[in-house]
Ligand binder design. Sequence first.
Ligand code: ZN
Length: 218
Amino acid sequence: MALRPRQRGPDALQALLPEVEIRSLLARVSTRHFGGEYADVKASFVRQRQLACISPLHRHIWLHEALNSPDVPETVFETILFHELLHLEIPPGPDSSGRMKMHPDSFRVEEGRRCPSLSDSWRWLGANLHLKHDEKQECTQVVKRLLRLSDTQRRWALETLGVSLPRVIRLGDSAWRLAPPAYRTAAFEASLQLRGVQRISAPSRDTSRRPSKGASPV
Ligand SMILES: [Zn+2]
C-alpha cells in the first residue's frame, strides 16, 4: 500500500520509520525456548489495543505498533515473543478455584522459570510505554492516542524534517499540529520527495488481518 498524501503528522512519521526485523528474533526464541517447534509462527506490527497477542489458529503474533522501534531492546522482544509462544504450549486452563484463566498458574511458573529477562523487560516497558493492565481480560493494553517517540525517531525527524518533536505526542493535540500549516506541509512534502516515498510501499504491517476474537492477549 502506498503512503497516502493525507497521511501526515505522527502517523506518517511512524509509517516512514524502518520496521524492526522481527522474523529472526522470533526464530531465535522458537529455537532457544521451544526446540524450534513453532518455527511456522509469524509476527507483525499492527494498530491494536493490546501490547501483543497470538492467534493459535492463524499461528500469528500481533504486536502493538508502538514496539516497532529500533530502540526497543531485543530482550524485550524476546520476553514478549516467548510469552506469546508459551500460549501455544500452555493453553488456557482453570485456576485453583476452577475459574478459567488465560494464564493458568502453570503458565506463570514456566514463564518465570524459563524467561530470565522477564523482570527487566517489564521494567523497560513500564518506563517507556504508557501501559494499563486489564485484569478481567488478562491483558496489557497500550494507552490509546499517545505516541511515545524514541530518540532515533526524534533524531530522524530533526535531521529529515527539521522538526523538533517532543518525547510524547498526544495524537490530535500534538506538537506537530501546533506548527504553522504551511511550514508543516512544506517540510513534510519536501521530505517525501527527498526520500522518494511515492515509490516506496508502506512497511509491511499486516493491517488486513486483525487479531481474531480467539487471539490470546499478552
Ligand atoms: Zn498472555
